[in-house]
Design a protein around this ligand. Sequence first.
Ligand SMILES: [Zn+2]
Length: 639
Amino acid sequence: MSRSLKDGEVDELKSHADIYGIVSGYVNLKKSGKNYSGLCPFHKEKTPSFSVDPTKQLYHCFGCGEGGDVISFVEKMENLDFLEAVEFIAGKVGYKLKYNMTGSSREAGKARKRLFEINDLAKKYFQFILYNSKAGKAPIDYLKNRGFTLETIKSFEVGYCMDLWDNFTGFIKKRGYKDREVIDSGLAIESTKKPGTIYDRFRGRIMFPIEDIVGKPIGFGGRILNEKSNTARQSAKYVNTPETRLFSKSKNIYNINQAKNSIVNLDQVFIVEGYTDVMALHQAGVKNAVASLGTALTSDQVKILGRFTKNIILVFDSDQAGMNASLKVIERLREYNERLDLYFDSNLNIKVAVLEKGYDPAEFILKRGKESFLARVKKAQNIIDFTIDIILGKYDINDLSGKLKASDDLIRFISTLSSSIIQEECIKKIAGKLDLKENLLFEELQKKKEDPADSKDYWNKDDAGKEKSTDNEKILPLKKVEIEALKLMVNGPGPRLDDFLELGPSFFRFDDTRELYKALRSEIGEAGKNNKKINFPIKITSGALENTETKKLYNYILFSELYYGRDDIDRACKEILNNLKKVHLSDEIDYVRKKMLEYEGAKRDSSDKDKDKLDRKYDSLYQRLIKLEREKLDLGYNK
Ligand SMILES: [Zn+2]
């Protein structure tokens, strides 16, 4: 539900919220002249350069340059967006904000407020049961046995709900809330057997309250205490509040409000699976941990986390990431990898850390401590590398047939990813790991894409609903550039023809594009030798093309239109030539880098005499690398 403030409300709020009063809640301010000064909360400093001007109601730091009004201060301190910061300040100073509301949105606003109240009362009630009833003893013992201190249990406001059908509903109805409201809060369910009556959704469960980003209670996660209890039979180990007006498991993140400041300070967030994992990390001093409430992160959750940090580490326990690549981890990674586009758009850096065998994150940190946890997550691997390794782990790649099977499996995985940039990146990595040629793998990928039946089942996902892509869209971007180049050659690139001829076949990385390039070049060469004028589009003598794929490509080029007007051709030529050169240079750079690493490795176990020789080779490679990098840079600039 989108809300907007009435005109003038922000100014009205600012007149109620003195900047000195708000800022002094975070910074120790001392009077200096007509202003106040203190140590800047936005950068590290030893002498105060942070200043608050109460007459202008502004703050400014002479050290780092941060500055603004009370709202921007709270936005930054609490990592909130504008409206959230306004509401936060209003809450602090007790100002009642006025919203633009139609009759129905006013009703909705009121209903929302009642739902917050129900959740808040529930939270307090469940805590009361945990600490003050006989029934609370078993859950407390359970939590203590798992290693939690009373302080942690209290700080996460954990509670317990009775193993009865109407205990909570009875309590909340006595407080004046209607059946409908309790159902809408997600805490009660309407009976199908006895319509008109409601019963408790959560029974005999340890209750973990879930808060929104500013700390308001919006729902619960409940863990069953005794699987054999009367009311728990046939129900899941964990039950969450269903989707309500306040709670959505795809939009909310467990512990985000408590963790957000640490996430910003450490510029990193750990995503774990369970509520107790978050609690355990917190207890051990790792405060930048949250749990996603579904199986994988959603785009909304990514957006929220992206406000605090770009560095996300998924913490898997070893059972999930077992060496036999259990179904669960593959399933989990599928969800993540399918969203890679989304992550790349938000410039996120996602890594996966795996804990030692036999531990879940909670056990691991409570038994082994913060330092060994941090050492472990330091080894976290980029999610693409991790997925590739998991798949590789299924095969013996020292044996040729294992290698082929692994590459087939990997290419099927890659063909399910939607971004061609990521596909290219994966292919490069696989080529390195399996010691196979990149263009071979690209061709395989191309085949898989042309035969969707082959790749469709990789993740057992249902592709039936997806539209079939047109031929043109199926072509890799890299290949597209090569085809554009060939199109220009066939149709006449004007004065740039020589530049194309100079490139050479190695600039074309696919069998069919390379063969066509060679054929065009020899056709043009023949014409030149015989002093004949070249007629565009170039007609290739029939029979000169052997490969059916190449013939298809040539026909495709003859039939397709050149997009460029006469005036644009030169610019297009230049751009395409640049792109081809860049790819070629990148390949050479990769090759030189790899060679350099080999020499470095060889140097370690060789005699001094050999070392000199290797050093010289290394140096000359290094010179070449610098030259190539410079060339590549130059290409980038003269676009
Ligand atoms: Zn500063």
